[in-house]
Design a protein around this ligand. Structure first.
Ligand SMILES: *[C@@H]1O[C@H](CO)[C@@H](O)[C@H](O)[C@H]1NC(C)=O
Ligand SMILES: *[C@@H]1O[C@H](CO)[C@@H](O)[C@H](O)[C@H]1NC(C)=O
Ligand SMILES: *[C@@H]1O[C@H](CO)[C@@H](O)[C@H](O)[C@H]1NC(C)=O
Ligand SMILES: *[C@@H]1O[C@H](CO)[C@@H](O)[C@H](O)[C@H]1NC(C)=O
Ligand SMILES: *[C@@H]1O[C@H](CO)[C@@H](O)[C@H](O)[C@H]1NC(C)=O
Ligand SMILES: *[C@@H]1O[C@H](CO)[C@@H](O)[C@H](O)[C@H]1NC(C)=O
Ligand SMILES: *[C@@H]1O[C@H](CO)[C@@H](O)[C@H](O)[C@H]1NC(C)=O
Ligand SMILES: *[C@@H]1O[C@H](CO)[C@@H](O)[C@H](O)[C@H]1NC(C)=O
Length: 540
């Protein structure tokens, strides 16, 4: 009983939601793009668990994976280079996200079984050749239902191929397969093949940015809004839709945009979120990297105040007529905490080269670590206390049951009433059996006289007797060869008594001599004693 309770409590404990084992480390991923000209060796890979090397492409005539000669040079030792600062980092080769890829060749590739095979086989070959541990498809423009359908098939075949490839070589683990996808599975013209993603991809990099279109006249300032009271275009909404469509939270990796937008304000004094603007500032599309924003702020002196808006989870500031909206340290921390809280798989930064002295990458990694340390600290306190409590409760229960058993035993052996044995109910308390003294039995059977001997069964002789109160009994002496101990004997008597049926003979009790065990039955002359006493299910 007590042990069952302990096991139950431990079970609840071990499989509860908040177990430390479940609080796994977030994936802290980052995209590195050769187009940025940022040296691989400058990447602070210690702040990441995964790095995506971008971007490979699809050859528009052979449909194989292709790398430009200059990329090939950098990609071939990308993994070795980032492993210098972080030997345990995982690298993935990302395909399709570069400057103006020819997406119609992706469409053609995905729509044809042979082309898919060329692509898949070559991608695995190149990943292995350069030491990448996975492949990532950044085909952001797949927006027709035909493309989406074909992508579903591509993922399935890709997974089958990497599984087969890994089976071929036991010293290599299976390649990771991921994809970059829109903020919601339903936000593009055609829905994503969620089933295929769920079954065949390790996780997806969700583009949780770009919620405000470049119609800056109506810019809300929330291009990467975590929440947005005025629109369904926000991270919380998209993540919820992915989960509702059937993808589990632990397959979703959140984007931390290391960039923002710069707009020219209509009135410099009207500079809150959603203020009127006349157009993009600094660059044609208004895009600015975090690094650029920070440099602007630095150049304009200490008067620039960066604000944080917790409704959208975004930072902003204005310098003269230029308004900046971006994710600074505060926004990044809140988003990492959000990923934790929603039990998402992790986050990825877009892109590592846009960080400013690794401030954001560091803030994100610290937020992840802080959460884990809090959990660990909490568990370091909770676990021993809970364990101690469980052990104490268990011990008390055990002690209680033990005491109760002792009392029952005492009751069973001391009760002198010759009451009815409990017939049939197996779950009830022990039948009320009487322990007869050897003297009583000797008197009743006339010292086991030959005259009183009724016969000899498999387990010993049976005698007839008359108790002092006139009750006629049958006494079965159990063979001395029986190896049973006192406890076993008593249990067996109890069992026999419980098993009694109205048509069978009733066990009245037992008698224990130093050497011999005896069973005392009610004597019923109308029935065959053989049947009663030797055929009964008492097995010694
Ligand atoms: C594409 O593949 C074809 C045929 O293998 C090859 O001749 C061509 O150079 C490749 N193009 C690129 C850009 O790699
Ligand atoms: C990677 O390749 C580049 C160019 O070939 C070379 O300069 C660099 O030393 C290599 N780095 C490592 C870690 O092998
Ligand atoms: C783009 O890809 C398609 C299909 O592979 C091909 O027919 C077309 O020539 C490519 N366009 C360019 C500019 O390479
Ligand atoms: C779909 O993608 C193509 C590029 O392949 C792009 O030209 C087109 O504008 C996209 N359509 C939509 C509705 O996003
Ligand atoms: C597995 O190994 C065999 C023999 O080495 C080779 O012929 C085959 O192509 C390999 N298959 C894959 C999927 O790598
Ligand atoms: C198996 O994988 C190991 C480790 O990557 C590699 O060194 C070896 O050449 C592979 N063997 C085959 C037969 O591909
Ligand atoms: C901005 O919003 C106003 C009012 O909602 C609308 O009339 C106007 O067309 C919008 N402008 C742009 C460029 O989207
Ligand atoms: C964030 O900005 C919006 C738009 O200006 C405003 O309505 C909201 O009150 C701000 N939130 C906070 C917490 O200041």
């Amino acid at each position: 009983m007590a042990s069952k309770i302990i096991i139950l409590v431990l079970y609840i404990f071990i499989f509860s939601e908040s177990l430390p084992a479940r609080a796994q480390t977030l994936i802290r991923a980052g995209y590195w793009d050769s187009d940025d000209g940022f040296p691989v060796s400058d990447v602070n890979s210690a702040l990441f668990t995964h790095l995506m090397c971008g971007f490979a492409d699809v050859n528009s005539t052979s449909y194989e994976l292709s790398l430009s000669p200059s990329d090939e040079k950098q990609f071939s030792n990308f993994t070795d280079t980032v492993k210098i600062k972080n030997p345990s980092i995982t690298t993935l080769l990302s395909i399709g996200g570069g400057n103006n890829p020819n997406y119609s060749s992706y469409s053609s590739m995905a729509g044809n079984p042979s082309f898919r095979k060329y692509f898949i086989d070559s991608s695995i070959k190149i990943a292995r050749l350069y030491g990448f541990q996975g492949l990532d498809l950044s085909w952001n423009q797949a927006n027709t239902s035909r493309d989406k359908y074909n992508i579903g098939i591509l993922f399935k075949e890709w997974r089958a191929a990497v599984a087969l490839e890994a089976r071929n070589n036991s010293s290599q683990s299976q390649l990771i397969l991921t994809a970059k996808v829109a903020y919601s599975p339903l936000s593009t013209a055609a829905a994503y093949p969620v089933d295929s993603i769920r079954q065949y991809l390790n996780w997806v990099h969700v583009i949780t940015t770009e919620y405000s279109s470049p119609t800056w006249q109506n810019f809300t300032g929330a291009h990467a809004a975590l929440y947005d009271p005025n629109s369904v275009s926000n991270t919380e909404y998209g993540i919820t839709e992915w989960i509702e469509e059937g993808l589990s939270a632990d397959k979703l990796v959140l984007c931390l945009p290391f960039y923002g937008y710069a707009w020219t304000l209509v009135k410099p004094e009207d500079n809150g979120i959603g203020a009127a603007a006349t157009g993009p500032a600094l660059h044609d599309d208004g895009l600015v990297t975090y690094k650029e924003v920070k440099n602007h702020i630095k150049n304009y002196g200490p008067n620039v105040q960066v604000m944080y808006n917790s409704t959208y989870v975004v930072n902003y500031c204005s310098i003269g007529k230029i308004w900046f909206g971006f994710d600074d340290v505060e926004a990044v921390r809140v988003k990492v905490a959000y990923a934790k809280e929603k039990k998402l798989r992790g986050y990825y930064v877009w892109e590592v080269s846009s960080d400013h002295y690794w401030m954001l990458s560091q803030a994100a990694a610290e937020e992840d670590k802080r959460n884990r340390q809090n959990k660990r600290l909490l568990w370091a306190i909770v676990l021993p206390i809970t364990t101690a409590c469980i052990l104490l409760i268990g011990f008390l229960l055990y002690y209680y049951c033990w005491m109760k058993n002792l009392k029952l035993e005492a009751k069973a052996s001391k009760d002198s009433a010759n009451s009815q044995a409990d017939a049939g109910d197996f779950n009830s308390n022990d039948p009320d059996l009487r322990e007869y003294s050897l003297a009583d039995i000797e008197v009743a059977t006339d010292r086991f006289s030959i005259e009183n001997k009724l016969g000899e069964g498999g387990y010993g002789p049976v005698y007839k007797g008359v108790l002092s109160d006139g009750q006629i009994i049958a006494v079965k002496k159990l063979s001395k060869t029986s190896t049973q101990g006192f406890e076993e004997f008593k249990n067996e008597v109890m069992l026999t008594a419980k098993l009694q049926h109205v048509n069978l003979i009733r066990v009245l009790g037992f008698c224990i001599d130093t050497q011999e065990y005896m069973l005392i039955y009610e004597y019923m002359p109308k029935r065959s004693l053989d049947y009663f006493l030797f055929g009964m299910c008492l097995t010694a």
